[in-house]
Design a protein around this ligand. Structure first.
Ligand code: GLV
Ligand code: MN
Ligand code: MN
Length: 410
């Protein structure tokens, strides 16, 4: 692994450089096509060009770097991940997969391969700005539909507006779709959990990605004076919403391997002397088995309905995402396992609890994923990091994977 350590350190430096482009000084926040995304594109474009790739930004704001294969019509191997972030993020979720792919292309130098490579830096995966994730990868498989294009952010801008504001044309979206017969998609990503660290293993081969449901809720009651309104005469939206959140946690704890999270919770009008009128909340439910996830979402909705009924509140329940659990490609995954072995590293297979662009690509293109250990199991916050020796291990595997693909398609 020693021969990769310099490149690994460079990958980490580059992730940190890209983290400087943020909407919030002092924190890393970069949502779909927000102004700092331009800086990320510019820097990545320079690096892509230097590595011999032709960069372009497609109509969904995905930055792509193309390296032509030897021979006309050579099929394309896609390598990539996303370059948006959550609010107050770390520097590695998504970005690492793009920068690591770039390092692998750099390592090839001018050596021709029998297939083309395109590095995909997806514009959006986290779902922060529009409440719906995977905008970039959906565009790449042609499922960025009218309904999603018309979705509004908190400022009332639609996805299509955001595309136009960035200087792109939503009319060009058909050109964002990957051409037919893609060779494969390979994504490197931090694990974002504690499993690999606990096992003392640097890399994990992802067999499947668990399904997720997201919902937006409004509990609506009546604002009134906090001093004069007797307790039994209140329609307190927050008291109802809080009761429901406690039920969400109880349901998840009582269902093996279920994850349920209320990550957004906004109380209005939000004054200490006013009975809360409304609460806007989010729900995120995940399980490896789609049936259990669906059943849980149904019962969490029914709890919410019972609570609002008893308390004289109203409920708005909006569906935002139902993404089924996604198996990755067994053949490609076993090729990845071969690469891990040849790099002299231990093999560990696992399931991903986080969503990834590979979920969207997998039904359209053989897809595989390699996880890098997350120190402390920490992600989606500023302490998220990665070890240089693990990045070196991932680069060694990536290089072995490319050699195997070269032999296969020669
Ligand atoms: C993406 O990071 C997710 O929410 O799983
Ligand atoms: Mn993430
Ligand atoms: Mn990610």
């Amino acid at each position: 692994m020693k021969q990769w350590i310099n490149q690994a350190n460079e990958v980490i430096v580059r992730c940190k450089e890209l983290a400087r482009f943020t909407e919030e000084p002092g924190r890393i926040t970069r949502t779909f096509l927000s102004p700092p995304m331009r800086g990320v594109h510019k820097l990545l474009e320079q690096w892509f060009e230097k590595a011999g790739m032709v960069p372009r930004v497609d109509a969904a704001g995905n930055l792509r770097g193309f390296r032509a294969g030897a021979g006309p019509g050579s099929r394309v191997l896609y390598l990539g991940s996303h370059i948006d972030t959550v609010l107050n993020a770390g520097a590695f979720d998504g970005v690492l997969g793009v920068v690591l792919a770039l390092a692998l292309v750099e390592d090839l130098g001018g050596r021709p391969l029998p297939f083309s490579i395109e590095v995909l830096a997806f514009s959006e995966e986290e779902g922060v700005r529009f409440g719906v994730p995977f905008i970039g990868s959906r565009a790449s498989v042609g499922t960025l539909d009218r309904e999603l294009l018309a979705r509004e952010d908190a400022q009332g801008k639609t996805v299509a507006d955001a595309i136009r504001d960035f200087g792109l044309d939503p009319g060009g979206l058909p050109h964002a779709i990957l051409p037919p017969r893609p060779l494969a998609y390979l994504e490197f990503h931090i694990e974002q959990g504690p499993v690999l660290e606990r096992l003392g293993v640097p890399l994990g081969i992802v067999d499947s990605i668990i399904g997720q449901s997201r919902r937006e809720l409004i509990f609506r009651g009546q604002a009134n004076h906090a001093g004069t309104t007797p307790m039994e005469m209140r329609r307190d939206a927050l008291a109802g919403a809080a009761e429901w959140v406690a039920r969400v946690e109880r349901e998840a704890c009582a269902t093996p391997d279920l994850r349920a999270t209320v990550g957004q919770f906004e109380v209005r009008p939000g004054a200490s002397n006013v009975v809360p009128e409304s609460v806007h909340a989010s729900l995120d439910v995940r399980h490896a088995l789609d049936e259990i996830r669906r059943r849980s979402v149904k019962s969490l909705r029914s709890y919410a309905e019972q609570i609002v009924e008893r308390r004289g509140l109203e409920l708005v329940w909006k569906q935002r995402l139902d993404q089924p659990a996604t198996p990755l490609d067994p053949l490609l995954t076993s090729a990845l396992e071969g690469a891990v072995r040849r790099a002299g590293l231990p093999v560990h297979h696992m399931v991903s609890g986080a969503g990834h662009d590979a979920m969207i690509l997998a039904p359209h293109c053989p897809s595989a994923m390699l996880f890098l250990r997350s120190p402390g199991g920490i992600s989606h916050q500023p302490d998220e990091t990665v070890l240089p020796e693990d990045v070196a291990a991932a680069l060694a595997c990536g290089s072995e994977f490319l050699k195997e693909a070269e032999a296969l398609y020669a």
